[in-house]
Design a protein around this ligand. Structure first.
Ligand SMILES: Nc1ncnc2c1ncn2[C@@H]1O[C@H](COP(=O)(O)OP(=O)(O)O)[C@@H](O)[C@H]1O
Ligand SMILES: [Mg+2]
Length: 255
């Protein structure tokens, strides 16, 4: 199983859209067995797949329960080959609880659980919160790949240096195999700001950048109201084609 974290310290850059559509394209068009982990207390990915709630277990249980059974936290989605570990506001308290518990190593809780599910999936996609907290460090510790969605605007590059540093720290201390596969430009429009920003990212940021850009497409906003991956909601729109092309580029880069 390969684990891929979708992460950026900023909100609204399409982390959730990228996670959901990456997972869906891998499962539906490439026949991969995919687990998506919602690692954001906002629970947007969980809402998208209709599994947000407080009755069933969530990612918080994996962080704080003693010897959790990961399979009990996994739910199926209405898509073939695509399962989910949901999140809700309990993740906030779970993070605090982990930090305040000196009896175990905080950063490697998920890593210790990975063997339970490793053989059941080909890919695990983690949708992270716009933050660096202990649940995100736990995600990075198990990640083979990191994808950084970037929306080009005035503040687009804020936090990229800090994020790279944190990923570098995790790499050194816990997980030498993790690598930033690339920045993925999302909500791309052909205007001066986007073109200049893309050039800066490609030439000056020292970060790899995917050739594929995800075009800004109204259909994506609409797709969130009906909770359908973009290739189900409107397979001919620009963003649907771009997400398929992005996944192909990703698979070529990492295989
Ligand atoms: N390619 C796109 N075209 C148009 N709107 C988009 C696109 N990608 C994302 N959005 C919109 O941007 C907003 C933020 O996306 P989201 O994935 O929730 O970001 P994040 O998880 O980084 O906070 C959502 O309203 C979403 O519909
Ligand atoms: Mg999100």
């Amino acid at each position: 199983m390969k684990v891929v974290s979708v992460i950026n310290l900023k909100g609204g850059v399409a982390k959730t859209m990228t996670s959901v559509n990456l997972a869906h394209v891998l499962a539906s068009f490439h026949g991969k067995r995919v687990l998506i982990i919602d690692n954001d207390k906002q629970g947007n990915t969980s809402k998208f797949f209709g599994v947000h709630g407080y009755k069933k277990k969530s990612i918080a249980n994996l962080l704080i329960d003693e010897e959790p059974d990961v399979c009990q936290v996994i739910q199926s989605t209405s898509y073939d080959n695509l399962d989910i570990i949901p999140a809700n506001m309990k993740l906030l308290k779970a993070n605090l609880q982990v930090i305040l518990d000196p009896s175990r190593q905080q950063q490697t809780i998920l890593q210790k659980l990975l063997p339970q599910i490793e053989s059941n999936y080909d890919y695990c996609v983690i949708d992270n919160a716009p933050d660096i907290n202990i649940s995100i460090i736990n995600a990075l510790v198990i990640s083979d790949h990191v994808i950084i969605p970037v929306k080009i605007d005035q503040f687009a590059f804020d936090g990229l240096v800090e994020l790279s540093e944190q990923i570098g720290n995790v790499k050194k201390a816990f997980n030498p195999k993790t690598e930033i596969v690339g920045c993925l430009i999302t909500q791309f429009q052909k205007n001066d700001v986007n073109i200049t920003g893309t050039e800066w990212l490609e030439k000056k940021s020292n970060l790899p950048v995917f050739k594929t850009k995800i075009r800004k497409t109204e259909k994506v906003d609409e797709s969130t109201f009906v909770n359908q991956p973009i290739n189900i909601y409107s397979k001919r729109c620009g963003a649907a084609k771009d997400y398929k092309a992005f996944v192909e580029e990703y698979l070529i880069m990492v295989n």
